[in-house]
Design a protein around this ligand. Structure first.
Ligand SMILES: [Zn+2]
Length: 271
């Protein structure tokens, strides 16, 4: 009898635990991501997520396209609806995918019009960006901090209206040639996609700082790529920007890293 009772207790306990696990997973709607799940859960409780927007960039920036705070959500509705965002696959070898617009190009040849992402959130450090990169951005910043490296965001989503202001100010203050090298024209900026992050300080010195070195070496693990390098200036048309990182999802970034891709333009055209 004692043995039977023990078996029953063990059986019911096991069933109970499994039921709770199923309830928790189905309630969260969370797609299983190995290794990062714990980090994501912790980070989602971060009080930063309640911060308000309009964070001022670092005071020592030397590039004028970040001398203004990000403005409120856009003036225009999204021109094309996007599918519901889902967390990208983690650490796998999936083929590159442009699902959820993760590989959408914004450059001189690709005009975004009045596009505004439908899944903008106010996230880490009070900045706005697409929800689809929230968990990975938090995981990356958390991981850096475990290595005693502090990653501070300077700029994230910018509306087309904000980009217009930056462009006009850049042309007025530095001339058209300078603006063409440093500032995307309105409707052509990756920041309008809500998938770009500038880390502070927005200065060449960032590239040689512990934060700049860490993020350049590790960002691909979290779905980010250094978008404007010294080697791809002739492809992107922009100068080297060690502070500017673009989110393309983990599977894409891993492939980008492993294949030694030089630019997002070449990566996308090779698909
Ligand atoms: Zn940028």
């Amino acid at each position: 009898m004692i043995t039977m009772k023990r078996h029953n207790i063990i059986l019911f306990s096991t069933v109970g635990v499994l039921a709770w696990v199923l309830v928790i997973y189905s309630a969260s709607g969370f797609v299983f991501q190995p290794r990062e799940t714990a980090e994501v859960s912790q980070e989602r409780a971060n009080p930063d997520s309640t911060c308000t927007d309009n964070k001022d960039p670092a005071p020592d920036v030397d590039i004028s396209d970040t001398t203004e705070s990000d403005d409120p959500i856009a003036e225009a509705p999204p021109s094309t609806p996007e599918p519901n965002p889902r967390p990208p696959a983690s650490g796998d070898s999936s083929p590159a995918t442009n699902s959820a617009g993760l590989l959408r190009l914004a450059n001189r040849d690709n005009y975004l019009g009045n596009y505004t992402p439908i899944d903008l959130i106010t996230g880490v450090q009070g900045f706005r960006y697409r929800q689809i990169m929230d968990a990975d951005l938090r995981a990356m910043i958390n991981s850096a901090s475990q290595d005693s490296v502090s990653l501070t965001i300077s700029s994230a989503f910018r509306s087309r209206a904000h980009q217009t202001t930056l462009w006009n100010n850049g042309v007025a203050n530095h001339g058209l040639e300078w603006a063409n090298r440093w500032i995307a024209r309105p409707g052509h900026s990756e920041h309008q996609l809500g998938l770009a992050i500038d880390f502070a300080p927005v200065a060449m010195a960032f590239g040689q700082s512990p934060a700049g070195i860490w993020v350049r070496q590790n960002s691909w693990r979290y779905g980010f790529i250094l978008r404007y390098t010294e080697e791809n200036q002739h492809i992107t048309g922009f100068n080297y920007e060690p502070w500017h990182f673009r989110y393309i999802g983990r599977a894409n970034a891993r492939l980008y890293h492993e294949t030694g891709a030089r630019s997002l333009e070449e990566f996308v055209s090779a698909l």
